[in-house]
Design a protein around this ligand. Structure first.
Ligand SMILES: [Zn+2]
Length: 299
C-alpha cells in the first residue's frame, strides 16, 4: 500500500519588491511549485510591499516580467502590476494588521521602544535587542516608537515537512521583536502571519535563512486570537549563497534574473544553473523538468 500523501490547500510565492528577483528567489519558487504539484496545492502570489522605503515600482514590475520569462505560473493573487496595486497591495489590508496589533495591546503584550538601530548596535554585539525600553513604560501612543513584543522563554513548535514537528525556542535575535515600526506601519513578521492566516495558507516554503522568522511567526501567532497558523507545515530549503558550485558562486553579485538576461542568458540557461545547484543528474531546461526531478529526488 502506498503511503498516504498529505494534501495541502495553498502555498505561496512571497517576494519582497526591494530588489530585482535573483536566483535565490527563483530556486524558492521552483521548490514551491514542485511541492505544490506533489501535494495538489494552489499557489498564491503575495507581494510583501509594506516596507515602502525599500519598495520600487520597477521591482514590482520585475516580479511579473521574470515569472513570465521563466514561465512559472501561479493560481491566485494579482496577474499584473495594475491588479496588484488596485487589489492586492498589503496597503489594502492595514485594517486586519491593526486589529491584530490592538489585540496584542489589549493583552498587554507590547511595549514602546525609542531605540535606534545604531543605539542597539552600540550596546549589543550580536544585534540582539537588550531590552532597553522593556521597563521604561513609554506610552504606546508616543510617536516615532517601535512597538515590540514582550517575549518569554516558552518553547515553540511547528509542523515540518521533513521531520513532522520542529521544536525550538525563540532565537536571541528575535527576543522582543518589532511588530509595529516607527512609521506606524506593521512590521514584516506581523503582516506575514496575518496574511498567511487570512489567505488560508497551509504550506510555507522558504529558505533556511528564514528559520528564525518561522519561529518568531509561530510564537506571535500563539498570542493572537484563535487562528489556524499552527496548521501550517513548513519547508526550509538550502540556500544558493551556501553553494560550493563554482558557476553559481562566480555569478555572485550578478544573480538577478534581469542581470543574467542582460548577459545573454536564456530561460534554459537559468534552469540549467538551478538544476545543477540541486544536483539533478538530467539537464533541467524548464519548470516541468525541475518539478519532475525534484519530486523524484524528494521521493
Ligand atoms: Zn528600546
Amino acid at each position: 500500500m502506498p503511503k498516504t500523501q498529505a494534501t495541502y490547500q495553498l502555498t505561496r510565492f512571497a517576494p519582497t519588491p526591494s530588489g530585482y528577483l535573483h536566483l535565490g528567489n527563483i530556486l524558492s519558487f521552483l521548490i514551491t511549485s514542485s511541492l505544490a504539484k506533489k501535494h495538489h496545492s494552489k499557489i498564491l502570489l503575495r507581494i510583501d510591499d509594506l516596507d515602502q522605503s525599500r519598495v520600487r515600482q520597477a521591482y514590482i514590475e520585475d516580479i511579473f516580467i521574470t515569472l513570465d520569462f521563466l514561465e512559472i505560473p501561479w493560481d491566485l493573487g494579482p496577474k499584473n502590476q495594475k491588479e496588484f496595486s488596485q487589489e492586492f497591495s498589503q496597503i489594502h489590508r492595514l485594517e486586519s494588521y491593526k486589529k491584530a496589533l490592538e489585540s496584542l495591546k489589549e493583552k498587554q503584550l507590547l511595549f514602546a521602544c525609542e531605540c535606534s538601530r545604531k543605539q542597539i548596535a552600540n550596546i549589543s554585539t550580536n544585534a540582539q535587542y537588550p531590552g532597553t525600553c522593556l521597563n521604561r513604560k513609554i506610552d504606546l501612543k508616543e510617536e516615532n516608537t517601535n512597538w515590540r513584543l514582550i517575549t518569554n522563554g516558552h518553547s515553540i513548535q511547528f509542523k515540518s515537512l521533513e521531520s513532522g514537528v520542529y521544536n525550538s525556542f525563540l532565537p536571541d535575535n528575535m527576543q522582543h521583536f518589532v511588530v509595529r515600526k516607527k512609521t506606524s506601519l506593521p512590521a514584516y513578521q506581523l503582516a506575514s502571519v496575518i496574511d498567511d492566516i487570512n489567505f488560508g495558507v497551509d504550506l510555507i516554503v522558504r529558505g533556511q535563512d528564514l528559520l528564525d522568522s518561522s519561529l518568531a511567526q509561530s510564537y506571535l501567532s500563539s498570542l493572537l486570537p484563535s487562528n489556524s497558523f499552527s496548521d501550517i507545515t513548513f519547508k526550509h530549503h538550502q540556500l544558493i549563497m551556501h553553494s560550493k558550485n563554482k558557476k553559481l558562486s562566480k555569478s555572485k553579485g550578478a544573480t538577478s534574473i534581469q542581470g543574467l538576461r542582460k548577459m545573454g542568458k536564456s530561460k534554459a540557461d537559468i534552469y540549467l544553473l538551478l538544476g545543477d545547484f540541486m544536483g539533478f543528474k538530467e539537464p533541467i531546461l524548464c519548470l516541468e523538468d525541475f518539478e519532475k526531478a525534484y519530486i523524484e529526488k524528494a521521493g
